[in-house]
Design a protein around this ligand. Structure first.
Ligand code: AKG
Length: 342
């Protein structure tokens, strides 16, 4: 944690100590910095951090190329409620590192302990194969909110929390009245194990809420709008002709490092089956450095909004199959160009 980011962050923090209630009423997510190699090296790809990742999920671990940057939360006089949710990215572990000291009631990330254990039973696969909730998911989510008291991650700059991907969490409440009166600055990070060679499917989102299987907690309509891990979009549920969707928009959440699925497989019965809980974290980390997902798939973030016809082709069954740009780049490029010139 040094060099440019922290110098800048120190300036930001300095300014916040003068008048804790006048910083504005919005948070600032500086996602671009999450792609700066120097920043990644001192956060999600720091050797000590990767060592812990390996101690938890086992190696070899993929070295992240980016994280979500800095999430800066301002102290407020008027505080709203928490926003509990699950992230749906194909991460195998996620977490936060604080870049500022975060005393109580100062915006510390809040988590709902035991939620991964309870929600795991309501998911058809591990997050690495995508977010596949079954019909028990939403009621269980609501029950957890009723029954479990959230706890705040309170800590100093440099402290890290590692979370199971099914952990319900929320940005914390940064109270200008009851907290430390400082900016809460955190970096949200994701990790995946290194992948065997083979098909890599990207975590595309189709901007079509009619595909949602059901309304999720807080009315989120996203379940079926993500690409399926084996490389296709679930068919629309309103009987439309799939060919009419050719011009519809798809996009990538580009500020995540965990953007590629593992091929679909049902989850193991025991949620810790694939975890290591290695008792000897001093073992040298086994880190695999591979090209970034955007290089592999020839994407140029943040330009990540496409038409469905540019990234997928309609198969004979009327299902949009995602073109595997990583496996057959020349063929995929030719196809994409042919489509673009139509
Ligand atoms: O900023 C935080 O504390 C939480 C961020 C969060 O909930 C998220 O990125 O999903």
């Amino acid at each position: 944690m040094q060099q440019l980011p922290l110098r800048l962050l120190a300036r930001l923090q300095g300014s916040c100590c003068t008048d804790p209630v006048s910083y504005g009423d919005t948070n600032i997510n500086w996602t671009q910095i999450g792609g700066q190699p120097d920043f990644v090296s001192v956060t999600s790809a720091h050797p000590n951090v990767l060592r812990m990742v390996q101690a938890l999920i086992g190696g070899p671990v993929k070295r992240p190329h980016r994280n979500r940057g800095t999430y800066v939360h301002f102290p407020r006089e008027e505080i709203g409620g928490l926003g509990p949710h699950n992230d749906t990215m194909p991460a195998e572990l996620f977490g936060m590192v604080y870049l500022s000291d975060v005393p109580p009631r100062s915006g510390g990330t809040s988590i709902w302990p035991t939620s991964p254990q309870r929600l795991y039973q309501c998911l058809e696969s591990e997050h690495r194969c995508g977010f596949n909730p079954n019909e028990k998911y939403s009621p269980e989510f609501e029950a957890i909110l009723d029954e479990v008291k959230p706890v705040e991650f309170v800590g100093g700059a440099g402290d890290v929390i590692f979370l199971h991907p099914a952990m319900i969490h929320s940005a914390g409440i940064n109270s200008a009245v009851h907290g430390g009166g400082t900016l809460r600055i955190a970096t949200v990070m994701e990790w995946q194990r290194a992948r065997p060679p083979g098909k890599r499917t990207l975590w595309w989102t189709l901007n079509d809420s009619s595909r949602a299987v059901s309304r999720g907690p807080r009315d989120r309509l996203e379940y079926n709008t993500r690409a399926r891990p084996d490389g296709f979009f679930a068919p629309a549920m309103d009987g439309r002709d799939p060919a009419d969707e050719a011009e519809d928009e798809v996009q990538l959440v580009w500020h995540h490092d965990a953007a590629e699925y593992w091929p679909y497989e049902p989850r193991p019965g025991d949620m810790w089956d694939r975890w290591a809980f290695e008792q000897a974290p001093d073992a040298a980390p086994d880190i695999v450095v591979e090209e970034s997902w955007w290089e592999r798939h020839k994407i140029d973030p943040p330009n990540t909004i496409f038409k469905i016809k540019d990234i997928a082709k309609l198969d004979d069954d009327g299902v949009w199959q995602i073109i595997d740009r990583a496996a057959a780049p020349a063929e995929a490029e030719a196809e994409a160009q042919a489509r673009a010139s139509e």
